[in-house]
Design a protein around this ligand. Sequence first.
Ligand SMILES: Cc1ncc(COP(=O)(O)O)c(C=O)c1O
Length: 521
Amino acid sequence: MIDDEADRRALPGNGLPAERVLAEVRALRSADRPTHGGRLFAYVYDPAVPGLDELAAAAYAGSAHVNGLDPTAFPSLLAMENALVGAAARLLGGGPGSAAPDVVGSVTSGGTESLILAVKAARDAHPEIAAPRIVVPASAHAAFAKAAHYLRVAVDTVPVSASTLRPAAADVAAAIGPDTVLVACSAPSYAHGVVDPVAEIAEAAATAGVRCHVDACFGGWTLPYLRRLGADVPPFDFVVAGVTSISVDLHKYAYAPKGVSVLLHRDAALRAPQYFAYADWPGYTMVNPVIASTRSGGPIAAAYATLRHLGDDGYLRLAAATRDAVAGLADAVRAADGLRLMAEPESTVVCFTATDAGLDLFVLVDELAARGWHTQPQLSYADLPPSVHLTVTAAVAPRVAEFGPDLAAAVAATRAAGPVALPAELLTLATTLTPDALTPDLVAGLAAGLGLTGPAPAADSAGAEEAADPADPAVSGDGAGTAGPPPGRMAVVNTLLDAAPPALRERLLVEFVGLLQRPTW
Ligand SMILES: Cc1ncc(COP(=O)(O)O)c(C=O)c1O
């Protein structure tokens, strides 16, 4: 245990025994959401395969100090990286004997890096375009916006239908202009788990002579297996002629530890502008396929071990278990009073919304958390209502029978608690404030008022008070989920964020997370 002030420092005056340090890490970890056990529906992908964690950890440890900076110095990494790229390419319609025999790729640190590099390659393939643009469905992952922001590329957003949750290929085609360097689509989208009309979108892109990236980061490893199990999965990979690149995250449904995604290109010429090389300085000549220069071999070795151990048959079994879990969870949602599915599940997501205003989804998320189910709230967007997202993994399968009764009880408790009532002044603030008007004092006051940093929140929600565990703020990825307010306060925070327009949401999130990220001295 961490027992005194000075001992909390990462750099104590005197080094501590290994056992003691590990005990500290374990103690810190005990505050986290449960990464195993099939009750966490975001962030962590758990196949519940005995021994897999230990295997991956051993492989990770054995290569943790190996540096991917120079593939000639550490051929082990190059070999494992090439093997991972080959496996991903084969799974996604490429490789020898396929319609895309020349597929090449790189291992990146995650989906976001893969998407940034897909955008970079597309941008740098056209140095003659002064103000490059990308066409992106509104349902595509936020990492495209991040890529555009980092790379100074403009985004043309194509709306999605409120009923199908997909973009219309005709709208994508209409958005392509002379400065478009890339068209993106998802297979499937994270928020709702639906597969975009990839064939039509890729055809529109090809007709315009533009690259088409399929973001299969989330579900690219499961869709082929679901198809083999009989699901009606439309063509989404290199089988589609106009698809020029695909990303697939191994740290998601390939069940590898964090830090591994694969970015594939149909051929080496398409990949070439992804690289950065530099020889105009007195140090070592540098050539980087990815954003990082020094790269640990740990994640790559762990992913390699995971794929080798699970094998094709293992992934097929895990996909079947996941499919059954999805079906069971969707049935529970259908049976609940006042919930409806946002879309019929077609991959590994169950996403639902409320059918009446008496059922506050943000309170429901807290009520589910109080019962040990960690779901992910999604804020309202354009004409889409707020929703609750469940990323379903194979580990959920044995838990499905417990979910229905808990969901019903959580719904009843949510109705009894009633919707969150934000104080009028907070609501006015959320709807009228411009991001630039946020002062540090205002942010600190808001954070304290919401219970993020200080005293109890002013708003009233019985459901929130009963909750025993914090649920996610409606942000995905790192950040606000890493530390946070006291148990059960998130309905209030999410209600405030939901009332605000996206630009203010973004600014509030940055400020709130900034308050959490303070050094310990
Ligand atoms: C479809 C999709 N693309 C990209 C990403 C970004 O991946 P990462 O969090 O590994 O950067 C995600 C993450 O959930 C995703 O679902």
